[in-house]
Design a protein around this ligand. Structure first.
Ligand SMILES: Cc1cc2nc3c(=O)[nH]c(=O)nc-3n(C[C@H](O)[C@H](O)[C@H](O)COP(=O)(O)OP(=O)(O)OC[C@H]3O[C@@H](n4cnc5c(N)ncnc54)[C@H](O)[C@@H]3O)c2cc1C
Length: 398
Protein backbone atom coordinates (compact mmCIF):
# COMPACT_ATOMS: atom_id res chain seq x y z
CA UNK A 1 0.00 0.00 0.00
CA UNK A 2 1.30 3.46 -0.97
CA UNK A 3 0.50 6.46 1.25
CA UNK A 4 0.03 10.05 0.11
CA UNK A 5 -2.02 13.14 0.92
CA UNK A 6 -3.88 13.54 -2.38
CA UNK A 7 -4.69 10.95 -5.02
CA UNK A 8 -5.82 12.43 -8.34
CA UNK A 9 -7.93 10.08 -10.46
CA UNK A 10 -7.62 11.16 -14.11
CA UNK A 11 -4.91 13.04 -15.96
CA UNK A 12 -6.94 15.16 -18.41
CA UNK A 13 -6.84 18.96 -18.23
CA UNK A 14 -8.33 19.10 -14.71
CA UNK A 15 -6.26 16.27 -13.21
CA UNK A 16 -2.97 17.35 -14.80
CA UNK A 17 -3.40 21.01 -13.76
CA UNK A 18 -4.23 19.87 -10.22
CA UNK A 19 -1.13 17.65 -10.09
CA UNK A 20 1.10 20.48 -11.38
CA UNK A 21 -0.29 23.00 -8.86
CA UNK A 22 -0.09 20.64 -5.88
CA UNK A 23 3.41 19.54 -6.86
CA UNK A 24 4.59 23.14 -7.07
CA UNK A 25 3.07 23.81 -3.64
CA UNK A 26 5.02 20.85 -2.23
CA UNK A 27 1.88 18.85 -1.38
CA UNK A 28 2.29 15.07 -1.57
CA UNK A 29 0.18 13.74 -4.46
CA UNK A 30 -0.13 10.84 -6.90
CA UNK A 31 -1.91 11.14 -10.27
CA UNK A 32 -3.35 8.11 -12.03
CA UNK A 33 -4.29 7.94 -15.71
CA UNK A 34 -4.10 5.02 -18.17
CA UNK A 35 -2.53 7.08 -21.00
CA UNK A 36 1.22 7.73 -20.87
CA UNK A 37 0.56 10.52 -23.40
CA UNK A 38 -2.90 12.07 -23.64
CA UNK A 39 -4.30 10.92 -27.04
CA UNK A 40 -5.80 13.13 -29.81
CA UNK A 41 -9.40 13.98 -28.91
CA UNK A 42 -11.94 16.53 -30.14
CA UNK A 43 -12.36 18.83 -27.12
CA UNK A 44 -11.47 22.42 -26.38
CA UNK A 45 -9.16 23.70 -29.17
CA UNK A 46 -8.63 27.30 -28.10
CA UNK A 47 -8.28 29.35 -24.97
CA UNK A 48 -9.08 33.05 -24.77
CA UNK A 49 -11.20 35.77 -23.17
CA UNK A 50 -12.32 34.94 -19.62
CA UNK A 51 -10.27 31.73 -19.65
CA UNK A 52 -6.95 33.58 -19.62
CA UNK A 53 -7.27 35.31 -16.20
CA UNK A 54 -8.61 32.06 -14.74
CA UNK A 55 -5.65 30.15 -16.16
CA UNK A 56 -3.22 32.78 -14.86
CA UNK A 57 -4.51 32.23 -11.34
CA UNK A 58 -3.25 28.62 -11.54
CA UNK A 59 0.30 30.00 -11.98
CA UNK A 60 0.75 27.82 -15.09
CA UNK A 61 -0.34 30.20 -17.85
CA UNK A 62 3.07 30.97 -19.27
CA UNK A 63 3.97 27.30 -19.76
CA UNK A 64 0.52 26.11 -20.86
CA UNK A 65 0.16 28.89 -23.45
CA UNK A 66 3.65 28.39 -24.91
CA UNK A 67 2.68 25.91 -27.68
CA UNK A 68 -0.46 27.85 -28.67
CA UNK A 69 -1.00 30.08 -31.72
CA UNK A 70 -2.48 33.52 -31.12
CA UNK A 71 -4.85 34.82 -33.80
CA UNK A 72 -4.36 38.53 -32.95
CA UNK A 73 -7.52 39.61 -34.76
CA UNK A 74 -10.85 37.97 -35.50
CA UNK A 75 -13.32 38.92 -38.22
CA UNK A 76 -17.00 38.42 -37.54
CA UNK A 77 -19.23 37.86 -40.54
CA UNK A 78 -22.82 37.13 -41.50
CA UNK A 79 -24.68 37.15 -44.85
CA UNK A 80 -21.27 37.04 -46.58
CA UNK A 81 -20.36 40.44 -45.10
CA UNK A 82 -17.59 41.20 -42.62
CA UNK A 83 -19.44 42.96 -39.82
CA UNK A 84 -16.53 43.77 -37.53
CA UNK A 85 -12.80 43.09 -37.21
CA UNK A 86 -11.66 43.17 -33.64
CA UNK A 87 -8.48 42.43 -31.71
CA UNK A 88 -8.50 38.91 -30.35
CA UNK A 89 -6.58 36.87 -27.80
CA UNK A 90 -7.69 33.39 -28.88
CA UNK A 91 -4.87 30.87 -28.36
CA UNK A 92 -5.38 27.90 -30.70
CA UNK A 93 -4.11 24.51 -29.50
CA UNK A 94 -5.17 20.89 -29.99
CA UNK A 95 -6.54 19.35 -26.80
CA UNK A 96 -3.91 16.62 -26.54
CA UNK A 97 -1.13 19.25 -26.79
CA UNK A 98 -2.88 21.31 -24.11
CA UNK A 99 -3.14 18.39 -21.68
CA UNK A 100 0.35 17.05 -22.42
CA UNK A 101 1.78 20.54 -21.82
CA UNK A 102 -0.04 20.73 -18.48
CA UNK A 103 1.35 17.29 -17.63
CA UNK A 104 4.88 18.44 -18.47
CA UNK A 105 4.55 20.99 -15.65
CA UNK A 106 4.03 18.30 -13.00
CA UNK A 107 7.16 18.36 -10.80
CA UNK A 108 9.04 15.07 -10.23
CA UNK A 109 7.79 15.00 -6.62
CA UNK A 110 4.31 14.02 -7.88
CA UNK A 111 4.19 10.40 -8.91
CA UNK A 112 2.25 9.55 -12.10
CA UNK A 113 0.94 6.00 -12.44
CA UNK A 114 -0.20 4.88 -15.88
CA UNK A 115 -3.06 2.57 -15.07
CA UNK A 116 -6.77 2.72 -14.23
CA UNK A 117 -8.43 3.15 -10.88
CA UNK A 118 -10.92 0.29 -10.52
CA UNK A 119 -12.15 0.77 -6.97
CA UNK A 120 -12.59 3.68 -4.57
CA UNK A 121 -13.86 3.84 -1.00
CA UNK A 122 -14.00 6.80 1.37
CA UNK A 123 -14.20 7.62 5.07
CA UNK A 124 -14.03 10.78 7.20
CA UNK A 125 -10.29 10.25 7.58
CA UNK A 126 -8.45 8.18 4.94
CA UNK A 127 -9.50 7.09 1.47
CA UNK A 128 -8.60 3.93 -0.44
CA UNK A 129 -8.03 3.57 -4.17
CA UNK A 130 -7.39 0.24 -5.93
CA UNK A 131 -5.56 0.18 -9.26
CA UNK A 132 -6.11 -2.22 -12.18
CA UNK A 133 -2.95 -4.16 -11.22
CA UNK A 134 -4.29 -4.69 -7.69
CA UNK A 135 -2.03 -2.12 -6.04
CA UNK A 136 -3.67 0.03 -3.33
CA UNK A 137 -3.18 3.69 -2.40
CA UNK A 138 -4.22 5.28 0.86
CA UNK A 139 -4.75 9.07 0.73
CA UNK A 140 -6.32 11.81 2.81
CA UNK A 141 -8.34 13.06 -0.19
CA UNK A 142 -9.41 11.74 -3.61
CA UNK A 143 -9.65 14.36 -6.36
CA UNK A 144 -11.96 12.76 -8.91
CA UNK A 145 -11.01 14.24 -12.30
CA UNK A 146 -12.06 11.33 -14.49
CA UNK A 147 -14.08 13.42 -16.95
CA UNK A 148 -17.05 11.79 -18.68
CA UNK A 149 -16.23 8.30 -17.36
CA UNK A 150 -19.01 6.71 -15.32
CA UNK A 151 -17.05 3.69 -14.08
CA UNK A 152 -16.33 4.73 -10.46
CA UNK A 153 -19.54 6.63 -9.75
CA UNK A 154 -21.70 3.79 -8.46
CA UNK A 155 -19.07 2.89 -5.83
CA UNK A 156 -19.46 6.36 -4.35
CA UNK A 157 -23.23 6.56 -4.86
CA UNK A 158 -22.80 9.49 -7.28
CA UNK A 159 -25.67 10.14 -9.68
CA UNK A 160 -25.45 11.92 -13.01
CA UNK A 161 -28.51 14.06 -13.81
CA UNK A 162 -28.74 14.80 -17.52
CA UNK A 163 -30.12 18.31 -18.01
CA UNK A 164 -29.93 18.41 -21.80
CA UNK A 165 -29.07 15.37 -23.91
CA UNK A 166 -27.07 16.17 -27.04
CA UNK A 167 -27.29 19.87 -26.16
CA UNK A 168 -24.95 20.75 -29.03
CA UNK A 169 -22.71 18.95 -31.50
CA UNK A 170 -19.17 20.04 -32.42
CA UNK A 171 -17.59 19.35 -35.81
CA UNK A 172 -13.80 19.71 -35.90
CA UNK A 173 -11.81 19.79 -39.15
CA UNK A 174 -9.11 21.71 -41.06
CA UNK A 175 -9.80 24.18 -43.86
CA UNK A 176 -7.42 25.25 -46.63
CA UNK A 177 -7.71 27.87 -49.38
CA UNK A 178 -7.89 26.73 -53.00
CA UNK A 179 -5.53 28.41 -55.48
CA UNK A 180 -4.14 30.90 -52.90
CA UNK A 181 -1.57 30.56 -50.15
CA UNK A 182 -3.88 31.76 -47.35
CA UNK A 183 -7.44 32.59 -46.39
CA UNK A 184 -8.08 36.35 -46.20
CA UNK A 185 -8.58 36.53 -42.41
CA UNK A 186 -6.42 35.72 -39.36
CA UNK A 187 -9.46 34.15 -37.65
CA UNK A 188 -13.18 34.23 -38.36
CA UNK A 189 -16.50 33.77 -36.59
CA UNK A 190 -19.32 33.23 -39.05
CA UNK A 191 -22.93 33.47 -37.88
CA UNK A 192 -25.61 31.50 -39.75
CA UNK A 193 -28.35 33.16 -41.78
CA UNK A 194 -31.39 31.20 -40.60
CA UNK A 195 -32.48 29.54 -37.36
CA UNK A 196 -33.70 26.58 -39.45
CA UNK A 197 -30.04 25.70 -40.09
CA UNK A 198 -29.73 24.88 -36.37
CA UNK A 199 -26.22 26.26 -36.17
CA UNK A 200 -24.60 28.40 -33.47
CA UNK A 201 -21.56 29.53 -35.48
CA UNK A 202 -18.45 28.48 -37.36
CA UNK A 203 -15.13 29.53 -35.87
CA UNK A 204 -11.91 29.39 -37.89
CA UNK A 205 -8.63 29.96 -36.05
CA UNK A 206 -4.97 29.17 -36.62
CA UNK A 207 -3.10 26.33 -34.95
CA UNK A 208 0.47 26.56 -36.24
CA UNK A 209 0.18 26.91 -40.01
CA UNK A 210 -3.21 25.11 -40.15
CA UNK A 211 -6.59 26.86 -40.22
CA UNK A 212 -8.70 24.86 -37.79
CA UNK A 213 -12.50 24.91 -37.89
CA UNK A 214 -15.01 24.23 -35.12
CA UNK A 215 -18.61 24.26 -36.30
CA UNK A 216 -21.24 24.20 -33.56
CA UNK A 217 -24.73 22.90 -34.38
CA UNK A 218 -27.91 21.89 -32.58
CA UNK A 219 -29.03 18.66 -34.25
CA UNK A 220 -29.80 15.12 -33.10
CA UNK A 221 -26.94 12.72 -33.84
CA UNK A 222 -29.12 10.64 -36.23
CA UNK A 223 -29.76 13.72 -38.41
CA UNK A 224 -28.90 12.88 -42.05
CA UNK A 225 -27.20 16.31 -42.21
CA UNK A 226 -24.09 14.81 -40.54
CA UNK A 227 -23.80 12.18 -43.27
CA UNK A 228 -24.17 14.87 -45.92
CA UNK A 229 -21.46 16.90 -44.16
CA UNK A 230 -19.05 13.96 -44.17
CA UNK A 231 -19.79 13.22 -47.85
CA UNK A 232 -19.55 16.80 -49.12
CA UNK A 233 -18.46 19.21 -46.38
CA UNK A 234 -17.89 22.25 -48.62
CA UNK A 235 -21.37 22.09 -50.20
CA UNK A 236 -23.03 21.50 -46.82
CA UNK A 237 -21.21 24.51 -45.38
CA UNK A 238 -22.21 26.71 -48.33
CA UNK A 239 -25.86 25.68 -47.86
CA UNK A 240 -26.00 26.84 -44.23
CA UNK A 241 -23.70 29.83 -44.76
CA UNK A 242 -24.66 31.41 -48.09
CA UNK A 243 -22.13 34.10 -48.96
CA UNK A 244 -19.36 32.42 -46.97
CA UNK A 245 -17.11 31.74 -49.94
CA UNK A 246 -17.86 35.20 -51.39
CA UNK A 247 -15.85 36.57 -48.46
CA UNK A 248 -13.56 33.60 -47.75
CA UNK A 249 -12.84 32.64 -51.35
CA UNK A 250 -12.75 29.07 -52.61
CA UNK A 251 -11.83 26.61 -49.86
CA UNK A 252 -11.63 22.89 -49.13
CA UNK A 253 -11.96 20.78 -46.02
CA UNK A 254 -8.89 18.65 -45.48
CA UNK A 255 -8.08 15.73 -43.18
CA UNK A 256 -10.52 13.89 -40.93
CA UNK A 257 -13.85 15.39 -39.86
CA UNK A 258 -14.53 14.70 -36.20
CA UNK A 259 -18.08 14.99 -34.89
CA UNK A 260 -18.89 14.88 -31.20
CA UNK A 261 -22.12 15.51 -29.27
CA UNK A 262 -22.13 16.98 -25.76
CA UNK A 263 -24.71 16.33 -23.04
CA UNK A 264 -25.20 18.82 -20.24
CA UNK A 265 -25.21 17.00 -16.91
CA UNK A 266 -24.59 17.69 -13.24
CA UNK A 267 -23.54 15.24 -10.55
CA UNK A 268 -25.73 14.66 -7.52
CA UNK A 269 -24.93 13.24 -4.08
CA UNK A 270 -21.44 14.71 -4.45
CA UNK A 271 -21.30 16.30 -0.98
CA UNK A 272 -19.34 13.49 0.64
CA UNK A 273 -16.38 13.02 2.96
CA UNK A 274 -13.00 12.26 1.42
CA UNK A 275 -13.69 12.94 -2.26
CA UNK A 276 -14.03 16.07 -4.39
CA UNK A 277 -15.07 16.24 -8.07
CA UNK A 278 -13.53 18.69 -10.55
CA UNK A 279 -13.95 19.51 -14.26
CA UNK A 280 -16.28 17.35 -16.36
CA UNK A 281 -16.46 14.76 -13.57
CA UNK A 282 -18.57 17.29 -11.64
CA UNK A 283 -20.59 18.88 -14.46
CA UNK A 284 -20.27 19.36 -18.21
CA UNK A 285 -20.63 22.55 -20.23
CA UNK A 286 -21.74 23.38 -23.75
CA UNK A 287 -18.79 23.38 -26.20
CA UNK A 288 -20.57 26.02 -28.32
CA UNK A 289 -20.67 28.35 -25.31
CA UNK A 290 -16.98 27.44 -24.78
CA UNK A 291 -16.95 27.54 -20.97
CA UNK A 292 -15.53 24.07 -20.16
CA UNK A 293 -11.99 25.27 -19.51
CA UNK A 294 -13.31 28.24 -17.50
CA UNK A 295 -14.85 25.64 -15.22
CA UNK A 296 -11.76 23.42 -15.15
CA UNK A 297 -9.36 26.29 -14.29
CA UNK A 298 -11.77 27.75 -11.72
CA UNK A 299 -12.32 24.39 -9.97
CA UNK A 300 -8.64 23.55 -9.89
CA UNK A 301 -7.46 27.02 -8.86
CA UNK A 302 -9.92 27.28 -5.96
CA UNK A 303 -9.18 23.72 -4.85
CA UNK A 304 -5.38 23.98 -4.95
CA UNK A 305 -4.88 27.61 -3.92
CA UNK A 306 -7.51 27.77 -1.17
CA UNK A 307 -9.25 24.59 -0.03
CA UNK A 308 -6.71 21.75 -0.09
CA UNK A 309 -4.06 23.71 1.91
CA UNK A 310 -6.79 24.57 4.49
CA UNK A 311 -8.12 21.04 4.69
CA UNK A 312 -4.67 19.49 5.13
CA UNK A 313 -3.86 21.86 7.99
CA UNK A 314 -6.32 20.06 10.33
CA UNK A 315 -7.20 16.42 11.04
CA UNK A 316 -9.84 14.54 9.03
CA UNK A 317 -11.53 15.02 5.65
CA UNK A 318 -15.21 15.12 6.62
CA UNK A 319 -18.13 16.35 4.55
CA UNK A 320 -18.11 19.83 6.15
CA UNK A 321 -14.65 20.46 4.75
CA UNK A 322 -15.54 19.23 1.25
CA UNK A 323 -18.69 21.39 1.15
CA UNK A 324 -16.52 24.52 1.37
CA UNK A 325 -15.35 23.81 -2.18
CA UNK A 326 -18.84 23.24 -3.63
CA UNK A 327 -20.09 26.40 -1.86
CA UNK A 328 -17.08 28.50 -2.90
CA UNK A 329 -18.68 31.66 -4.38
CA UNK A 330 -16.11 31.89 -7.20
CA UNK A 331 -16.87 28.30 -8.24
CA UNK A 332 -20.66 28.56 -7.92
CA UNK A 333 -20.67 31.80 -9.91
CA UNK A 334 -18.61 30.23 -12.71
CA UNK A 335 -20.86 27.12 -12.83
CA UNK A 336 -24.05 29.21 -12.93
CA UNK A 337 -22.62 31.51 -15.63
CA UNK A 338 -21.54 28.50 -17.73
CA UNK A 339 -24.99 26.87 -17.50
CA UNK A 340 -26.79 30.13 -18.33
CA UNK A 341 -24.51 30.71 -21.34
CA UNK A 342 -25.29 27.24 -22.70
CA UNK A 343 -29.04 27.96 -22.78
CA UNK A 344 -28.72 31.57 -23.90
CA UNK A 345 -26.62 30.68 -26.95
CA UNK A 346 -28.94 27.85 -27.93
CA UNK A 347 -31.99 30.13 -27.85
CA UNK A 348 -30.13 32.94 -29.57
CA UNK A 349 -29.19 30.51 -32.35
CA UNK A 350 -32.38 28.53 -32.97
CA UNK A 351 -35.33 30.07 -31.10
CA UNK A 352 -37.85 31.71 -33.43
CA UNK A 353 -39.72 33.61 -30.70
CA UNK A 354 -40.05 37.37 -31.11
CA UNK A 355 -37.73 38.19 -28.19
CA UNK A 356 -34.93 36.00 -29.55
CA UNK A 357 -35.36 37.38 -33.07
CA UNK A 358 -35.02 40.87 -31.62
CA UNK A 359 -31.92 39.81 -29.66
CA UNK A 360 -30.34 38.33 -32.81
CA UNK A 361 -30.87 41.55 -34.70
CA UNK A 362 -29.61 43.57 -31.73
CA UNK A 363 -26.41 41.46 -31.71
CA UNK A 364 -25.99 41.89 -35.46
CA UNK A 365 -26.58 45.66 -35.39
CA UNK A 366 -24.39 46.04 -32.29
CA UNK A 367 -21.47 44.34 -34.06
CA UNK A 368 -22.14 46.35 -37.23
CA UNK A 369 -21.89 49.60 -35.24
CA UNK A 370 -18.71 48.35 -33.57
CA UNK A 371 -17.29 47.58 -37.01
CA UNK A 372 -18.13 51.03 -38.39
CA UNK A 373 -16.62 52.70 -35.31
CA UNK A 374 -13.44 50.66 -35.60
CA UNK A 375 -13.10 51.54 -39.29
CA UNK A 376 -13.73 55.21 -38.48
CA UNK A 377 -10.95 55.17 -35.91
CA UNK A 378 -8.65 53.07 -38.10
CA UNK A 379 -9.60 54.38 -41.57
CA UNK A 380 -6.81 52.58 -43.43
CA UNK A 381 -8.30 49.21 -42.43
CA UNK A 382 -10.51 47.98 -45.28
CA UNK A 383 -12.84 45.02 -44.85
CA UNK A 384 -11.14 42.96 -47.51
CA UNK A 385 -7.46 43.45 -46.70
CA UNK A 386 -5.15 43.58 -43.68
CA UNK A 387 -4.61 39.90 -43.11
CA UNK A 388 -2.71 39.58 -39.84
CA UNK A 389 -0.42 36.60 -39.63
CA UNK A 390 -1.05 34.25 -36.71
CA UNK A 391 1.81 34.09 -34.26
CA UNK A 392 3.15 31.47 -31.98
CA UNK A 393 2.84 32.36 -28.33
CA UNK A 394 6.57 32.74 -27.82
CA UNK A 395 7.63 36.34 -27.97
CA UNK A 396 4.07 37.61 -27.42
CA UNK A 397 2.41 38.86 -24.29
CA UNK A 398 -0.38 36.51 -23.21
C1 LIG B 1 -16.46 18.35 -28.56
C2 LIG B 1 -16.07 19.23 -27.41
C3 LIG B 1 -15.63 20.53 -27.66
C4 LIG B 1 -15.29 21.36 -26.60
N1 LIG B 1 -14.91 22.65 -26.87
C5 LIG B 1 -14.60 23.48 -25.85
C6 LIG B 1 -14.21 24.83 -26.11
O1 LIG B 1 -14.14 25.29 -27.24
N2 LIG B 1 -13.89 25.62 -25.04
C7 LIG B 1 -13.94 25.14 -23.75
O2 LIG B 1 -13.63 25.88 -22.82
N3 LIG B 1 -14.32 23.87 -23.48
C8 LIG B 1 -14.65 23.03 -24.49
N4 LIG B 1 -15.02 21.75 -24.22
C9 LIG B 1 -15.04 21.27 -22.81
C10 LIG B 1 -13.64 20.93 -22.30
O3 LIG B 1 -12.89 20.29 -23.30
C11 LIG B 1 -13.80 20.02 -21.06
O4 LIG B 1 -14.56 20.69 -20.11
C12 LIG B 1 -12.46 19.64 -20.45
O5 LIG B 1 -11.65 19.04 -21.43
C13 LIG B 1 -12.67 18.70 -19.27
O6 LIG B 1 -11.42 18.25 -18.77
P1 LIG B 1 -11.36 17.09 -17.68
O7 LIG B 1 -9.96 17.01 -17.22
O8 LIG B 1 -12.44 17.30 -16.68
O9 LIG B 1 -11.75 15.75 -18.48
P2 LIG B 1 -10.85 14.88 -19.49
O10 LIG B 1 -9.91 15.72 -20.25
O11 LIG B 1 -11.82 14.03 -20.23
O12 LIG B 1 -9.97 13.96 -18.54
C14 LIG B 1 -10.46 12.83 -17.89
C15 LIG B 1 -9.29 11.87 -17.68
O13 LIG B 1 -9.69 10.87 -16.76
C16 LIG B 1 -9.08 9.65 -17.15
N5 LIG B 1 -9.82 8.53 -16.54
C17 LIG B 1 -11.10 8.16 -16.76
N6 LIG B 1 -11.40 7.10 -15.99
C18 LIG B 1 -10.30 6.82 -15.25
C19 LIG B 1 -9.98 5.82 -14.27
N7 LIG B 1 -10.87 4.91 -13.89
N8 LIG B 1 -8.72 5.81 -13.71
C20 LIG B 1 -7.81 6.74 -14.07
N9 LIG B 1 -8.06 7.70 -15.01
C21 LIG B 1 -9.28 7.73 -15.57
C22 LIG B 1 -9.14 9.69 -18.68
O14 LIG B 1 -8.16 8.82 -19.25
C23 LIG B 1 -8.85 11.17 -18.95
O15 LIG B 1 -7.46 11.38 -19.15
C24 LIG B 1 -15.38 20.88 -25.27
C25 LIG B 1 -15.82 19.57 -25.01
C26 LIG B 1 -16.16 18.76 -26.06
C27 LIG B 1 -16.64 17.35 -25.78
Amino acid sequence: MRYTDIVIVGGGLAGSTTAAMLGRAGIAAIMIDPHTTYPPDLRCEKIGGTQLPRLRRTGLAEEILRPTTIDGEVWEARFGVVVVKRPSDQHGVMYDTLVNTARAQIPPGVEILHTKVVEVSTTDDRQRVVLADGEEISARLIVLANGLSVSLRHMLGLQRRVISECHSVTLGFDVAPVGRPALPFPALTYWPKRTADRMAYLTLFPIGSTMRANMMVYRPMDDIWFREFRENPEATMRAVMPGFDRMAGDFKVIGPIKIRPADLYVTENHRQAGVVLVGDAFATSCPAAGTGTDKVFTDVERLCNVHIPNWLSTEGMGRTKIEMFYDDPVKTECDAWSAAKAWHLRSLSIDDGLTWRARRWARFIGRLVQGVMRRTHRPNQSVTTSRTSPQSHQGRTA
